[in-house]
Design a protein around this ligand. Sequence first.
Ligand SMILES: Cc1cc2nc3c(=O)[nH]c(=O)nc-3n(C[C@H](O)[C@H](O)[C@H](O)COP(=O)(O)O)c2cc1C
Length: 196
Amino acid sequence: MSVKLLFFAGSARKDSLNKRLAKAAMNKAIEFEAEGTFVDLKDFPMPIYCGDIEQQDGVPDTTKQLAEIVSAHDGVFIAAPEYNSTITPLLKNTLDWVSRLKTGGGDGVPPSTPWQGRYFSIGATSQGAMGGMRGLQTLSQTLINGFQVHVSPKTVAVPKGSDVLTEDGQVTNPQTEAMLSGAMQHFVSHSRALKS
Ligand SMILES: Cc1cc2nc3c(=O)[nH]c(=O)nc-3n(C[C@H](O)[C@H](O)[C@H](O)COP(=O)(O)O)c2cc1C
């Protein structure tokens, strides 16, 4: 059964290391026979969430476009840069805006957001020795508690990202390759299982 997986980074930066990680994860998932889509959040600019903006102007078109892409996939991989031990404002803002597009519900069942019903895998990279892994705890909590989704326990943290990940998503070090391979094998198989 085919499985469609979405990959993005919580950074819009041109030279983002986390975009490299998202591309490397996608390349690896494709080796495990997944269909992969990479999106760049710089193509989906959204204002900082404010209830007044939502009330006056509604949810931005960019949010709707991204939500449509999310909904067309069975799993989502997020490469999340660490800012001050947590996730970036860009990533949190994107997660929040998309979560405003609730559908369904009724008869005691709460409506669901586009994030729901998908399997998640998360990772991080930085030039530091920890690879940005502390921000992943926050991200995991947001996904599990906020969106009630399953998150892979095989998180990926890649220290010295610019030394081991190329711009087109190749991995140049065997340890990183092995970690990413294990994580993507799990991500592909669990996304497929959740779909069936
Ligand atoms: C405001 C800010 C806070 C940061 N805080 C941390 C941090 O707590 N831990 C860490 O390892 N790196 C931290 N960094 C470094 C980023 O993780 C690093 O620049 C990373 O490469 C950014 O991701 P990107 O390359 O995908 O844009 C911080 C960077 C900024 C701009």
